[in-house]
Structure formats: structure tokens, C-alpha cells
Ligand binder design. Structure first.
Ligand code: CA
Length: 418
């Protein structure tokens, strides 16, 4: 696969995140216009509500794009997803006949505001990165008990809060919570002092299901992927997490990147999960390459300071694919809906600078990071901006995700003080 050429010049560069090969889906607005569906191409957004109104894109009787979410398109299923992508390629490729009509529907990306690309029906977060689970388990329970006994057999997860998912660029407020450190004799009420990120990918369910589905079916049901930052209050988590798992530690916010990168765009980057140490039961076995080779990066910018890369890793480090997670999610009969969001779990690589959380990077605060300014970080400080970046590198082209960023604001005064 090589760079597909577009008549939009900015899309034809090896490093641009949004070439014709990508065509990611988002929701945008300009000025005081209503948010609507669009597709990124080079430095422009093709306004799909406008393209639909003028008949350039026609996928059926009901309008699909003059609305602030992609859920309607997701529910249409894979045949419509393919028809839309094929039509967009025909409109935007070099030599396209409708060029003049399409030009009237283009908006410069710099003049737009991005919104949540879909309504999150429900949000589940997994814990499927082996290096991350081993690192955190070693810190919390010791090296002998690092991986829980079920970990190599099922992708473990918890049900998160759809209401807490926000689009990139949304400020995050440091939460208060009940904390009890190992040396505290009693719990206390205070702002989290160990606020953290988790570098993850989010898989978005497109096709609804009722009852158990196979790993292959699950892969077919996934609409696309976003970058996902599962903001985490480690001190709240350490006190609350046994026996039912994380709760308030993960409920402040989860940020996602604004563009849904489709499975079709990622097709050339499929890769296998790692060697299995323990054979999986049949219903969870791999049935083809279902991870993706996507370079990932985390940067930290202190307030008024310069942005520094603090971690580099790759999505292919995961132990379980999103398809395996989705299949496992349905085994009980749990219905899944268009717009369900599945967090991969923190993606850490084997190297020290490939760790996807500050908890791991600073080893629980014992080995603070040094930033280029000489400042150090164990966890996030007020005013820090944390950004996730992702890109799949093809032969002469890039499939970019668009940044997933958020700035941590200081805690408010005690919400219960009188
Ligand atoms: Ca997580």
C-alpha cells in the first residue's frame, strides 16, 4: 500500500496525519454553527452534512450526517461503512470529476472546533497490557503476585462511566477523594496528590450484538479506534480498589482523540498478539492478526514551559486484541450497542521509557522523571498539559490519530466545607 493521491495538496505528504488513506471521522463546528459530521483530508474538513444536502454523498433515505455524532452511521453496519469510504475516496482522489462541488463543502480545519465524535453508549476499560499489569502488580503486591491468576486466561476489565468521557482539549479538574497511604493510621479527605494518565487505545463498537459472539465476529463489529487517556487518581485507587476494582479513581474523566480512525484505514497495519504463555480457551483464541502496529507517544508540558516526550511505545505491545476483549465482554450474554467504548488498558512496552503511565515511569514516585527544564515529576502537577499522540507509518504515508490532550486544573476548595 502506498500514498493515495488526493487533489487536496496538503494531504499528499508522507508525514501528514490525514492523507486519503486515512479519512477519519469527527464532529466539528465553525463559528456559531451546529456541530455536524465531517471527515479530515489534509488540512481541511469535508462537511458531510453539506455534502449530503447537495447529493454528493447519498447513503439512503434518512440523513446521517447533519447530527453531532456518528452513531447512526455505525448502526448501519459494514456494508454502509464500506460504501461511504469508497464514495469519499472517489470524491477526493486525484482527478475526481466532482472536484468543484466538493470544494464548496470544504472547511479549513484551523477554523473549526472539534466535539465528541460519537455518543458513548457505555464505557468499559480493560487491563490487557502485560508490561503495565506486571509493573503495577509488582508495585502493589510484589513481584511474585504481579499478575493476578486469571490474567493470562481472560482480558480483565471493569465497567466505567460513559458520562465521564470527554473530547481532547477539555480541561481536567484535580479531584478530591478519600485517601489512605500505607503509613496513615486512618483515611483522610484531600485532593488527589498522585494524579496520573494512562495511555490507551479506545475501540468503538459499531454493530450491535445480543448474546455471545466470536472473536472474528467481534472484529467485524468494531467501527474504529481513538486514542484514550484514562486519567487515574492513584492514591484514591490504592485505598478503594479491593475487592471490586477501581471506582472513583477512574471517574473524574477519560479523554479521547477527536477523530475516529476506521478499521479500513488501519487494515495494512494489522499484526499478531504475542506468543501465548498459556493456551487460551477456544472461544478467546486468536483467529488472525487483530492488533495494529501504531506508534504511540506521551508528552508533558508544564504550564508556560516546553513540551517534552516522556514515553514512546506501540499498540502491538498488548496481550489481548480489542476483538478478544469485545468477544469476552459478550460471553455472559451482555448486549453491546453502537457507540460502546472499550479501553485497551494501559499500553507499556518492555523498556523503561516505554511505560504508559507516570506511576510506572516514576516507579510509584521513587524515581521522579527529569524534564528538559530540570523540573522533576512523579505525578501530574497543576497546569501540566498531557498529550497522547498516535501514528501508523506506511510506505510514504502516515495514518495519524489527532492529539488527545488535556490540562490539569488545580483542585477546587473543599466541596463539603461549610
Ligand atoms: Ca485504564
Amino acid at each position: 500500500m502506498a500514498l493515495k493521491k488526493s487533489w487536496i495538496a496538503s494531504a499528499n505528504s508522507a508525514d501528514h496525519p490525514f492523507p486519503l488513506n486515512n479519512l477519519p471521522y469527527g464532529v466539528f463546528s465553525t463559528g456559531d454553527s451546529d456541530p455536524r459530521c465531517g471527515v479530515a483530508i489534509g488540512d481541511m474538513i469535508l462537511d458531510l452534512a453539506e455534502a449530503e444536502a447537495t447529493g454528493l454523498v447519498d447513503l439512503g433515505d434518512e440523513p446521517l450526517f447533519e447530527m453531532p455524532f456518528w452513531n447512526e452511521v455505525m448502526e448501519e453496519g459494514p456494508a454502509v461503512w464500506a460504501a461511504l469510504r469508497n464514495r469519499l475516496i472517489a470524491l477526493l482522489e486525484e482527478g475526481a470529476q466532482e472536484r468543484q462541488a466538493v470544494e464548496a463543502c470544504l472547511v479549513p480545519m484551523a477554523e473549526t472546533v472539534m466535539h465528541m465524535p460519537f455518543m458513548v453508549s457505555e464505557y468499559t476499560d480493560f487491563y490487557a497490557g502485560r508490561h503495565h499489569a506486571t509493573n503495577v502488580g509488582t508495585m502493589f503486591r510484589g513481584a511474585e503476585n504481579a499478575l493476578p491468576p486469571n490474567w493470562l486466561h481472560i482480558p480483565i476489565g471493569y465497567n466505567g462511566r460513559a458520562s465521564s468521557v470527554v473530547v481532547s482539549g477539555t480541561d481536567i479538574r484535580r479531584p478530591w477523594g478519600q485517601l489512605k497511604g500505607p503509613n496513615d493510621s486512618a483515611p483522610r479527605w484531600a485532593p488527589s496528590a498522585r494524579f496520573d494518565i494512562e495511555l490507551e487505545m479506545g475501540a468503538i463498537v459499531g454493530t450491535p450484538s445480543e448474546g455471545p459472539i466470536t472473536v472474528q465476529e467481534a472484529d467485524d463489529h468494531i467501527f474504529g479506534y481513538v486514542l484514550l487517556n484514562d486519567w487515574s487518581a492513584r492514591d484514591i485507587q490504592a485505598w478503594e480498589y479491593q475487592p471490586l476494582g477501581p471506582f472513583q479513581a477512574k471517574a473524574t474523566a477519560t479523554s479521547i482523540s477527536p477523530w475516529i480512525v476506521t478499521k479500513a484505514a488501519l487494515e495494512p497495519f494489522r499484526c499478531d498478539t504475542p506468543e501465548r504463555e498459556v493456551e487460551l480457551l477456544d472461544h478467546l483464541k486468536d483467529c488472525g492478526p487483530m492488533l495494529y502496529d501504531i506508534d504511540l507517544e506521551v508528552t508533558l508540558r508544564p504550564e508556560g514551559g516546553e513540551e517534552a516526550t516522556i514515553a514512546r511505545t506501540n499498540y502491538k505491545e498488548m496481550y489481548y486484541s480489542a476483538a478478544q476483549q469485545l468477544a469476552h465482554h459478550t460471553t455472559s450474554g451482555c448486549p453491546m450497542n453502537a457507540g460502546d467504548l472499550l479501553g485497551s488498558g494501559t499500553i507499556s512496552g518492555p523498556e523503561k521509557d516505554a511505560r504508559g503511565s507516570l506511576l510506572e515511569l516514576s516507579w510509584g514516585g521513587k524515581e521522579p522523571l527529569t524534564l528538559p527544564t530540570g523540573e522533576t515529576r512523579s505525578f501530574i502537577e497543576d497546569g501540566d498539559t498531557l498529550t497522547l499522540k498516535g501514528a501508523a507509518k506506511g510506505d510514504g504515508y502516515t495514518i495519524g490519530f489527532g492529539d488527545c490532550t488535556g490540562t490539569l486544573l488545580p483542585a477546587l476548595s473543599d466541596p463539603y466545607a461549610r
